[in-house]
Design a protein around this ligand. Structure first.
Ligand code: ADE
Length: 237
């Protein structure tokens, strides 16, 4: 997969891309992340990329020119035109299901904005979809783009080590994860559940499944509702 990021702050991405799974995935050519600075495509001597909103109002708006020029420079660099995504609190929520869908694309082109927002012609003219990472407002789309990249890349074949797997992740099958324990079996008088020490893999799997259901019911009733509805739909098939 190739992920292009159009941003005013490419350096913000350095740290998240330099560690752990994201680093390994790039080193092993599972993903290529290409950062482009929108400001490099400003046309005036002040390198201006934003301006006051028509009609008045607070703040500044990202101008279409530099974003279009940056996009048109980057897009021909790979054969697949890519799925174009603007990070904005107005977007569709990023869910695990959405991350799975995005992980099947050969190319993503992410546009991260600053200021009060984007000139609307950026969205319409580039045919971009909008994604939000939650119902709160960040000071820019960069952190949201990094969250999206992390959620997507770890799902790519070869991104996780052999011992890891995303199959039991929270939200797979619309359930949260089961509780995990490691050594020691007693820590400050807190014991690991006996069943996990029993060696009975069938019983352990059943216990874990029950735990997933219990925790989801208790902590995320909204997710549990989806689990029930999803199972009902599967039963009808
Ligand atoms: N930009 C600012 N806030 C955001 C959010 N919640 N999600 C995605 N992009 C954003």
């Amino acid at each position: 997969m190739r992920i292009d990021v159009l941003t005013l702050f490419p350096e913000m991405f350095d740290a998240p891309l330099s560690y752990s799974i994201l680093k390994r995935a790039q080193d092993q050519n599972v993903v290529e992340v290409v950062l482009s600075n929108i400001r490099d495509f400003a046309t005036d001597s002040y390198r201006k990329v934003d301006d006051k909103p028509y009609g008045g109002g607070p703040g500044m708006v990202m101008m279409p020119g530099p974003v279009f020029d940056c996009f048109e420079h980057v897009q021909p660099q790979a054969p697949d035109p890519g799925r174009v995504i603007i990070l904005t609190p107005q977007g569709q929520p990023l869910t695990q299901q959405k991350a799975v869908a995005l992980s099947k694309e050969p190319r993503l082109v992410l546009i991260a904005g600053r200021y009060e927002g984007f000139d609307e012609r950026i969205r319409t003219g580039l045919g971009a979809e909008q994604i939000s990472i939650g119902d709160y407002v960040l000071s820019g789309g960069e952190l949201a783009a990094m969250v999206l990249i992390d959620a997507v890349v770890r799902l790519l074949p070869g991104a996780l080590g052999d011992d890891d797997s995303s199959a039991d992740d929270s939200f797979s099958n619309d359930l949260l994860e089961y509780p995990q324990y490691t050594r020691p079996d007693v820590f400050r008088d807190m014991r690991v559940p006996d069943i996990l020490l029993s060696g009975d893999h069938g019983k352990i799997a059943q216990w874990r499944n029950e735990q997933r259901i219990e925790r989801t019911k208790k902590w995320r009733p909204d997710v549990y509702e989806k689990h029930i509805n999803g199972n009902a739909r599967n039963d009808e098939k």
